[in-house]
Design a protein around this ligand. Structure first.
Ligand code: CP
Length: 318
């Protein structure tokens, strides 16, 4: 496969299907490539919390023989300044120009988690943190969830769907769900991008006002009627996101859109998917999460192998 400089979105992959195949082989034989990362180091920089991404990325790296360094920028590192030609007399002590170059002295790859602010749409859409690190680092940058994308999650979801769904062209529904906090669009965006590479009858359903970025939604079907959208579905992927137009706003918090066992009965005995973490009985009812058709734990398991496949590509061709 051709060279991949950074892994920021699924568009950085030459062939998404081949990466999912590679993830599958990593799952079948996790230590098959354990010499690939010998004497190389992966740095993990977290600007936001994580359970799955932090642990699965470390596991993936170790299975490839990589050493790993982890740093929480939220409470351990100097606050980073991103503005150019600024007088740094405020609270920010270190400029990204130095930080990115310094980290590159210690690591052969740097993976970064930096969520959306949900207050500054322009900054979020520019992916300021990832793009600035990518500009000044001399090593490849991997996205562990940025303002607008969570491609490692999407690859794990793609692997999970491929393993579990036997229907040739399944009906896959991405359904909005309520949440008390404003959440970003990254998971939904990357799932939609994954669907561009998946043979499926794909429908997005959400209440009016919760439209996603129209450039990402493109020509995909959108319905404001959740019950209608769920009819005959083979996979139901549930996720909350805040308003895109009224950026960062929560327009409704009622439970009308929560996924329930009653709603799942409208489907074709569908699998239930969610990236986790999930608020029980807010986003989905206990009866959905505890049902045999829930794939949430397997999705989390597959995060390791999806990440292993991406790191394998960077090690082999980066
Ligand atoms: N799905 C996911 O990215 O989980 P974490 O936020 O716990 O890493």
């Amino acid at each position: 496969m051709p060279q991949m400089k950074n892994f920021i979105t699924l568009a950085d992959l030459h062939d998404v299907a081949k990466i999912i195949d590679l993830a599958k082989s990593c799952k079948n034989d996790p230590f098959a490539f354990e010499k690939l990362g010998h004497r190389k180091t992966l740095g993990l920089l977290f600007f936001n919390p994580s359970l799955r991404t932090r642990l699965s990325t470390q596991k993936a790296a170790k299975q490839l023989g990589l050493d790993v360094m982890v740093m929480n920028f939220s409470n351990e590192a100097w606050a980073i300044e991103y503005k150019n030609k600024t007088v740094m007399s405020g609270l920010r002590s270190e400029h990204v120009k130095e930080a990115a170059q310094v980290v590159s002295q210690y690591c052969d790859f740097v993976a970064i988690r930096a969520f959306a602010t949900l207050t500054d749409k322009v900054r979020d859409e520019e992916e300021q943190v990832l793009r600035e690190f990518a500009e000044y680092a001399s090593v490849p940058i991997v996205n562990m969830e940025s303002a607008t994308a969570h491609p490692l999650q999407a690859l794990a979801d793609g692997l999970t769907i491929q393993e579990q769904v036997q229907v040739k062209k399944p009906k896959i529904v991405l359904s909005w769900a309520p949440h008390p906090k404003a959440l970003p669009h990254a998971v939904a965006n990357s799932f939609i991008r994954l669907m561009d590479h998946t043979e499926a009858d794909f429908v997005i359903t959400h209440p009016e006002g919760y439209d996603l970025n129209p450039e990402i939604v493109g020509n995909n079907k959108v319905s404001y009627n959740q019950e209608e959208a769920l009819h005959g579905a083979d996979v139901v992927y549930v996720k909350n996101w805040c308003s895109y137009t009224n950026y960062g706003a929560i327009l409704r918090t009622d439970d009308q859109w929560m996924m329930t066992p009653e709603k799942m009965k409208r489907t074709n005995n569908a699998f239930f998917m969610h990236c986790l973490p999930i608020r029980r009985n807010v986003v989905a009812a206990d009866g959905v999460l505890d049902d045999d058709k829930s794939l949430v734990i397997e999705q989390a398991n597959n995060r390791t192998y999806a990440t292993q496949a991406v790191l394998h590509q960077l090690l082999s061709h980066g």
